[in-house]
Design a protein around this ligand. Structure first.
Ligand SMILES: [Zn+2]
Length: 238
C-alpha cells in the first residue's frame, strides 16, 4: 500500500462516490494522492453481488483518479467498532500514512455509516500510539473531516465541485448494478437508485447555491477552523 495525502474510510463501496467523490477528484486535480478504504464488501446490498460490486469499485477508483482502493471484510450490516477492527484499521492507516482522513458523518440512518465514523476516528488515534501491538511505524493523520451528505446537519464547510461534477457522476455510474436487476425490489424500503442520484444532485446543487457556485459537497469538522485573511474570505454574508 503506497503512502497517500488523503485517505477515505467508508462502510460500503459507493459511499464515497455519493458523498465526496467531487472533492476527491478536485484534490487529485491539485496533485494530491488519494487512497480509498472500504470497510466492507457491500455483500448485504439489495442489488448486485459482491463480485460485481468489487469490479464496479475498481472502475470508480479509476474514474476518481485514486492511487489505490482496498476493500476490507469487516462485515456489511454488522460493522462494529471492536478493538480488533480498530487495531486492523490502525495498521492500514500506518501503511497509508495520510495527512487527511475523510470519514462518514457520525450520525446516520445506516448503522454501518455511523459505526465507520467512530471506528475510523478511534483507529486514527490508535495508529499514533507507539505501543500499539500492530505492524508499521506510528502515524497519526493531522486532519479528520466528515462527509455529511447523508445527514441533515449544518456543514462546517463546502467544497465547490462544479468543475468535477461530470466526473463525480461518472464515478457514481460505475456502480451500474444498482440500476439494473429486478425492478420489483424498488419499494419504499429500497428506494430506486435514480431517486438517490436525484437527491444527491439536488443537495449538491443546494449547497452550491449557498456558496454561489453550481455544485458543492458538504463536510463537518469537530474542531474550529482557523483563517489568516479576514478580507479574502469566500462566501458572501449579505
Ligand atoms: Zn453505505
Amino acid at each position: 500500500m503506497e503512502n497517500v495525502d488523503i485517505l477515505t474510510i467508508a462502510a460500503h463501496p459507493d459511499d464515497i462516490e455519493l458523498t465526496c467523490a467531487g472533492t476527491l477528484i478536485k484534490m487529485v486535480d491539485k496533485g494530491y494522492s488519494v487512497g480509498i478504504l472500504d470497510l466492507t464488501q457491500g455483500e448485504m446490498g439489495t442489488r448486485g453481488t459482491p463480485e460485481i460490486r468489487a469490479a464496479e469499485a475498481e472502475a470508480a477508483c479509476k474514474a476518481i483518479g485514486a492511487k489505490w482502493r482496498e476493500r476490507l471484510n469487516f462485515g456489511d450490516s454488522r460493522l462494529t467498532a471492536s478493538i480488533e477492527n480498530r487495531f486492523a484499521l490502525a495498521e492500514k492507516i500506518r501503511e497509508a500514512r495520510p495527512r487527511t482522513v475523510v470519514l462518514p458523518y457520525w450520525e446516520a440512518r445506516h448503522p454501518d455509516h455511523y459505526t465507520a465514523a467512530t471506528l475510523g476516528y478511534e483507529a486514527c488515534y490508535a495508529a499514533g500510539l507507539k505501543q500499539l501491538p500492530v505492524g508499521g511505524q506510528p502515524h497519526r493523520p493531522k486532519k479528520i473531516i466528515y462527509a455529511s451528505m447523508y445527514w441533515e446537519v449544518k456543514p462546517s464547510f463546502f467544497v465547490d465541485v462544479t468543475a468535477q461534477w461530470e466526473r463525480k457522476l461518472a464515478a457514481i455510474n460505475c456502480f451500474n448494478s444498482q440500476f439494473s436487476g429486478d425492478l420489483r425490489d424498488i419499494t419504499e424500503l429500497y428506494p430506486a437508485w435514480g431517486k438517490l442520484l436525484d437527491r444527491i444532485a439536488t443537495q449538491c446543487k443546494y449547497f452550491g447555491h449557498l456558496m454561489g457556485v453550481e455544485y458543492a459537497e458538504p463536510f463537518v469538522v469537530k474542531e474550529s477552523m482557523a483563517v489568516d485573511d479576514i478580507v479574502d474570505l469566500p462566501v458572501a454574508s449579505v
